[in-house]
Design a protein around this ligand. Structure first.
Ligand code: UD1
Length: 348
């Protein structure tokens, strides 16, 4: 009897932060997982860690999805995929401003190659990693899936908007089905502390910067702006635990495989529905870690919006999915992950 009974899922970017957590959940639900990753922002060791958590080593292919020849050869030799979760993309806002073409080429060409492979090799189901960045600064909060898509604030954000449009216009024509998941701010790490967010170089995102400061890798955290129109003046985001987020992908895959989708292109917000300010995140971190964080208030970061949080009623009602973990659980797991990283690098 085979170990897998739910079908085969290709996870692009499966060695990355959200990808690796999703691979673990998929395997634990009985899916067979195949990873494609070029390791441009991740490490091959993540595949070992996944195997350590689940006891199952996922099949792993290292290549770049912007290479059509390699992508085609992959589809040619994998003709029994039940679906694809496409995470592989660049995601640093600042970097995208410095080199927009690199972002457009990478994020759009890889999506187009995946769609071409799906069309040519008859793979029907795709879950696409989108972002709340497509909303810009919404006119009203919480933001709903039907809220207008605003002018993008960065090439990165624009690639997510364009990807959604490419999908919208392609799926019907080729008989494909897509669920685009708009993530709010993913954070935290797996409870095993074997996988987590592993930024290469200086982190852009708040939570890895907090944990790296607390462990002594960074001198202090800069809090970007305290003059926003929010209760404590710092910017507000909807932080969501990466394991909660990962679980939503399994729900989305099952919905497509079982024929439960209501249209060939569905979109869901994935957040908790609660906004936390930068200072509130710091307080939560200090509480769960017992560490005092060294931070300084500085100027606003250009391109940052003031506040955003999700209306999650569509995902709650339609997908039957709800985030479960609190901000304290997010901070504690992120801290445990940082501690585990420090331990393993001390051993080397
Ligand atoms: C950004 C993108 C989001 C993308 C994510 C992935 C936008 C509007 N958002 O999220 O789409 O998916 O990056 O990387 O394009 N902060 C500090 N000090 C720091 C770092 C951050 O105060 O050192 C503050 C920021 O000003 C912001 C909050 O913390 O208010 C969260 O920042 P960050 O983690 O970088 O995420 P976003 O910018 O919200």
């Amino acid at each position: 009897m085979t170990q897998y009974n739910m079908g085969k899922i290709l996870v692009t970017g499966g060695a990355g932060y959200i990808g690796s957590h999703t691979v673990v959940e998929l395997q634990q639900q009985g899916f067979e997982v195949i990873i494609i990753d070029n390791l441009s922002n991740s490490h091959a060791g993540v595949v070992d860690r996944i195997a350590e958590i689940t006891g199952i080593r996922p099949e792993f292919h290292r290549f770049d999805l912007i290479d059509w020849k390699e992508t085609k050869a992959f589809f040619e030799s994998h003709r029994d995929l039940s679906g694809i979760i496409h995470f592989a993309a660049f995601k640093a806002v600042g970097e995208s401003v410095e080199d927009p073409l690199r972002y457009y080429r990478n994020n759009l060409d890889s999506l187009i190659n995946i769609l071409q492979g799906m069309k040519d090799y008859k793979v029907k189901n795709l879950v696409f990693s989108s972002s709340c960045t497509v909303y810009g600064q919404p006119d009203s909060l919480p933001v709903k899936e039907t809220s207008p898509i605003k002018e993008a604030w960065s090439p990165y954000g624009n690639t997510k908007q364009m990807s959604e449009q490419i999908l919208r216009f392609s799926v019907g024509t080729y008989g494909l089905k897509t669920i685009a998941l708009r993530y709010f701010n993913p954070t935290g790490a797996h409870e095993s502390a074997l996988i987590g967010e592993l930024p290469i170089g200086i982190p852009n995102n708040l939570v890895p910067f907090i944990t790296q400061t607390a462990i002594g890798k960074r001198e202090f955290l800069r809090v970007f702006g305290s003059d926003y129109d929010t209760p404590d003046g710092t910017a507000i985001r909807d932080y969501i635990h990466v394991v909660d987020l990962a679980k939503a992908h399994i729900v989305a895959v099952n919905r497509m495989i079982s024929g439960g989708t209501k249209s060939d292109f569905e979109i869901f917000n994935l957040g908790t529905g609660n906004g936390f300010s930068v200072l509130e995140v710091i307080r939560s971190f200090e509480k769960v870690s017992g560490k005092k964080l060294n931070y300084r208030i500085v100027e606003r970061r250009s391109g940052d919006i003031e506040k955003v949080w999700a209306d999650t009623s569509l995902a709650n009602g339609e997908l039957g999915w709800k985030s479960e973990k609190s901000i304290d659980e997010m901070m504690l797991s992120a801290w445990n992950w940082e501690l585990a990283l420090a331990k393993s690098s001390a051993k080397k």
